[in-house]
Design a protein. Structure first.
Length: 288
């Protein structure tokens, strides 16, 4: 291993844990999950000693970010559909059945370097997703390619300046539109829905093509909210009514639209991803 970046902590700081202080101090580590991953791999050292997430930073420390020089035994081969790409960010169409990131080999994050061009920007980093999509969810995923873009996009998500719209197929009769405000894990969570089309179903009574807009970003928020109002998403293995679970077709939840201001150029960005074929098998006349 060799040192990739070094950070010197100011002496007059408020004492905090490394997992909080260390986010954003290195160009190659711009999120808490990325920091934890680097610490777990023993790539972060404080004052010449291996660091841990619970390590306290009180001022004056030297924090080093190392690079693992070992060559990976294998490279992930996973072609991804790239919707948009420039020097600072990219938008890809995530397939179903793949984790966005994590400790497993087969993840979107591990496949990004083989699918995206190397950024020529001065603060270029390894491309990394800046938000989550569930394992079975398909659709648009926003990726940062530079430190400044990743930091800006994370802040935009925090400020709710990025509009995400989903399409889902839900079960049961629904009112035309509505707003759901139900806490998730004791945290405020809110979502809006609008029914686009409905069709009769022998097994499910009604199936609905629904547009969804989450105002917060809790884990499984849309799935939990729709289940809570009695209209679970078709194909959901976790949140479903007895005898109304569809097996073998996957989750009918698709991130189909992203709208935001480009963090570098300030241009208005608007992307849409075509629905998977299984949606059109139920609603063949729908046009995106």
């Amino acid at each position: 291993m060799h040192i990739r970046e070094t950070h010197f902590v100011a002496k007059n700081i408020h004492k905090s844990r490394l997992q909080e202080y260390g986010v954003g101090i290195f160009e190659g580590i711009t999120s808490k999950s990325a920091l934890k991953k680097a610490i777990k791999k023993k790539l972060i050292w404080v004052n010449g000693k291996e660091a841990f997430t619970a390590t306290f930073i009180s001022g004056g420390e030297k924090i080093e970010y190392l690079v693992d020089t070992q060559t990976p035994s294998k490279r992930l081969k996973l072609p991804l559909q790239v919707i948009f790409e420039d020097e600072y960010l990219a938008v890809i169409n995530k397939p179903a059945g793949i984790l966005v990131s994590g400790n497993k080999f087969l993840t979107i994050a591990n496949a990004l370097p083989q699918n995206l061009k190397i950024s020529r920007a001065k603060d270029a980093v390894d491309p990394q997703p800046v938000h989550r999509l569930d394992y079975e969810t398909t659709g648009l995923l926003l990726v940062g390619k530079t430190n400044s873009a990743i930091v800006a996009l994370n802040q935009m998500f925090k400020n709710r300046a990025i509009k995400k719209t989903y399409l889902a197929v839900t079960i049961g009769e629904m009112r035309e539109n509505g707003h759901i405000s139900l806490p998730i894990d004791n945290k405020v969570a809110s979502s809006s829905f609008s029914v686009i089309q409905s069709t009769l179903s022998d097994r499910f009574t009604y199936l609905n093509l629904v547009e969804l807009q989450p105002q917060t970003g809790r884990r499984h928020q849309l799935r939990k909210h729709l289940y809570a109002i009695g209209n679970p998403i078709l194909g959901d293995k976790l949140y479903f009514k007895d005898n109304l679970q569809l097996r073998g077709k996957g989750l009918y939840l698709h991130a189909y639209s992203l709208q935001f201001q480009h963090p570098i150029s300030n241009n208005t960005m608007n992307f849409k991803a075509i629905l998977p074929k299984k949606f059109y098998n139920i609603f063949p006349e729908f046009e995106l």
